[in-house]
Design a protein around this ligand. Structure first.
Ligand SMILES: NC(=O)c1ccc[n+]([C@@H]2O[C@H](COP(=O)([O-])OP(=O)(O)OC[C@H]3O[C@@H](n4cnc5c(N)ncnc54)[C@H](O)[C@@H]3O)[C@@H](O)[C@H]2O)c1
Length: 287
């Protein structure tokens, strides 16, 4: 156990699976009290129990976090249970379809607007009055897709482009209240989304993704959580409006460089966290 977030209270949206699970467990290990927030179908209760089992502090909040009413209830839960709110992590998101735009379904587009864009809007809006009191911070999930042009990913990339612009604007606007706002931009991460068997990508996309990444592999959820930890902590006291890419170099590379990666660098680090739900993410449209 560390103390980099000692005494802090954090809400992590999409905290039941994938990168969110790793953020919740990492933050709890560093002394934060964590509200693990996700859809009722997500393994939120399990993550809370796993954190408590190793001596951390966490509680569950399950609801669709894209409505203003649920976002307010989530923030109220943090404040009523833990007394304040220091950190909001807008990690919730969905990735239901990859397709050329001429074939892309309106249903999947609207689903991404609701879960990738509106969640960040309503959660940030609900959290700000509390973050003003604590001089807290927000860290949101951007993406390589939000800064690159990726074929068959354009509507998803558009929703992530919103996050990049939204967070930069918030950073400027909210500095007068002492609130920092930053972005973590993951590249291809080893969650349900980037495997053919569990997500919408086909084998060709998975192969191209690895070839285009200088480090020649996916990142682990814990490698992403490590960067969330820094940005959310007081160590990042002079960092606002920043985009920290955690992408194995994919956004600065040209061509198929992945095969040249150092063999050690190509191995996923084992990490310290026990992650039970990294591949249990949300990859289809829930009715
Ligand atoms: N996996 C990647 O390669 C990758 C790359 C770039 C960015 N990201 C971003 O990282 C974040 C996490 O992705 P992941 O790969 O861990 O996926 P994941 O599916 O494991 O996690 C996302 C979680 O958010 C939850 N969620 C979505 N909408 C919600 C809502 N309205 N209310 C409550 N919960 C909601 C889902 O149920 C799920 O548990 C996403 O924002 C994603 O865009 C992921």
């Amino acid at each position: 156990m560390g103390d980099r977030l000692k005494g802090k209270v954090a809400i992590v949206t999409g905290g039941g699976t994938g990168i969110g699970e790793a953020i919740c467990k990492k933050f709890a290990r560093e002394g934060a009290s964590v509200v693990v927030a996700g859809f009722p179908e997500d393994p939120v209760e399990e993550v809370v129990k796993e954190i408590q089992k190793e001596g951390g502090s966490a509680l569950p909040f399950t609801a669709d976090l894209s409505t203003e009413a649920n976002a307010k209830r989530c923030v109220e839960t943090a404040v009523s249970q833990y007394g304040k709110l220091d950190i909001l992590v807008n990690n919730a998101g969905v990735f239901p379809e990859v397709n050329m735009l001429q074939d892309f379904s309106e249903e999947a587009f609207e689903y991404m607007l609701k879960n990738n864009v509106k969640t960040a809007f309503v959660m940030s809006k609900a959290a700000l009055p509390e973050l003003h009191k604590t001089k807290g911070n927000i860290v949101s999930a951007g993406s390589e897709s939000g800064v690159l042009g990726i074929a068959q990913n354009t509507p998803y990339g558009g929703t992530k482009g919103f996050i990049h612009a939204f967070m930069r604007g918030l950073a400027v606007e909210q500095a007068q209240f002492g609130v920092r706002c930053n972005i973590v931009g993951p590249g291809p991460i080893d969650t349900a989304w980037t495997h053919e068997s569990t997500g919408p990508m086909d084998s060709k996309m998975v192969k191209t993704m690895k070839e285009a990444t200088p480090m020649g592999r996916r990142g682990t959820p814990e490698e992403v959580a490590n960067v969330y930890l820094f940005l959310a902590s007081d160590e990042a006291s002079y960092v606002t409006g920043a985009t920290y890419m955690v992408d194995g170099g994919i956004t600065i590379a040209k061509g198929g460089v992945g095969s040249q990666a150092d063999s050690e660098m190509k191995k996923e680090p084992k990490g310290e966290l026990e992650l039970e739900h990294s591949k249990e993410g949300h990859t289809s449209i829930r009715k």
